[in-house]
Every structure is written in structure tokens, then in C-alpha cells.
Design a protein around this ligand. Sequence first.
Ligand code: HPA
Length: 244
Amino acid sequence: MTVPIYENASTAADYIRERIAVEPRVAIVLGSGLGAIADTVEQPVLISYGDIPHFPRSTVEGHSGRLMVGLLAGIPVAVMQGRVHGYEGYSPFEVTFPMRVLGRLGIATVVVTNAAGGIRTTLKQGELLLISDHINLTGTNPLVGKNDDRLGPRFFDMTEAYSRPLRKLAHEAASHHGFELQEAVYLAVTGPSYETPAEIRAFRHMGADLVGMSTVHEVIVARHMGIDVLGLSCVTNMAAGVLD
Ligand code: HPA
């Protein structure tokens, strides 16, 4: 059975559109523990994921599971507070459904954030990193199956999945705030178990700097729809075996 992604995402986007006064062109997906930015959104309209047609509900603690639409520095934004993960039992289609809805809502740019384990030995716990590229080691891809040309093309380029101009802007913003933002390659696994030290050594040889359990499927779907992506990771811990 083919899931009517386009139709369901359009229904969900219509539901959201009827409840908001602004037209957001930028979205932010907040990962675990990164919810605080939502406190700075002005004139927020809050919509629980549970109220949005076809939307998956998050079951993880620290993911409140609601969409906030309002103004951030005067710019209309849609902020996703919480996301669902494959390890919760959701399919890649369900995990990426909210991104489809953002696309149908007319979002042109998305900022994806996540918590990650640090593989590169020089990283520090608590450090913020700019994702320059990713390695999808989840063993699957959310676009497997018949392509819906209304959403995007069958085959498309992933050379600059994480927009170079947006990364340049992020570097400029960081230096404006007095710090340097390093770039990192994010490797995604399904989890929920953390990795073994041997896996982390293997991932390092593959060119990964960070490991986590989210983001890559959402980014693939965002790029499928032509949405520009900026990715930020917060190193919550050093990956297995990195520290004694
Ligand atoms: N491994 C996988 N996912 C993670 C980690 C980790 O060490 N830290 C935060 N998310």
C-alpha cells in the first residue's frame, strides 16, 4: 500500500495554516535538550503534534512534541519542539512526515539541530558544531519506494546537502558572537543502544566526527523538496571509547 504522503502532508499543512497569522519561510527542528530557543519566539501560536492530522507523536522525554509558529528576531518561523525517531518504532516515512508538512507549508530553509556523541577526539562536551555533511548508516532511506514527482525528483544531488551559503552565514554569526564554529561530519545510526568502542573507531576511519540517531532522514527529505538545510549539533557526550 502506498502512503498518500503528499495528500496527508497537504491536509496537515492546511490545518496549521488556518491557525497561524504569519507565513513562515524558515523552520527550526529542535533536538533533545535544545528546546530553550523556543522561549525567545514572540507572539507564539502553539499546536500540539497530537492535534495535527497524520502527525506522529513523540514519546521521548525532553521532546515536548509541539509546533510553535511566531517571530524570531522579527522573522516568521515554524519551530518544531521535538521530533520522532526511528528507534521509537516509527518508519522513515513517519519520521520525515513533519518535514513534508513544513515543505507543503512553504518553508524554504530549515535549521536542523540534534544532540550527538563526539567521535573526533578534540571535541568537547557541550560544544556546538556546524554539520558540513552526513553519513547515513541507518541502513535505509526515507525515499525508498515509488517517487511522488509533486514532492521532488526521483534522483537528486546531495553534494551540498548542508548549504554552503548558510554555513558561511553561520560562521559569520558565530564570529560576531565571539566564537569559532567548527564543521563536522555527522553519522547517523538507528540506536537506541549507543555504539561500541569498535564501532566508534570504525566510524572515525569512515570520516565521521559525530554520531547520533536523527537528522539524516529529515535532511534527505528536505533536499528532496529543495529546502535549504543548516545543521547544528551539540556534543552531549564523547562517543564510546573516546575517553578512558
Ligand atoms: N551515540 C549515539 N547517539 C547519540 C550519542 C552517542 O554517543 N550522544 C547523543 N546522541
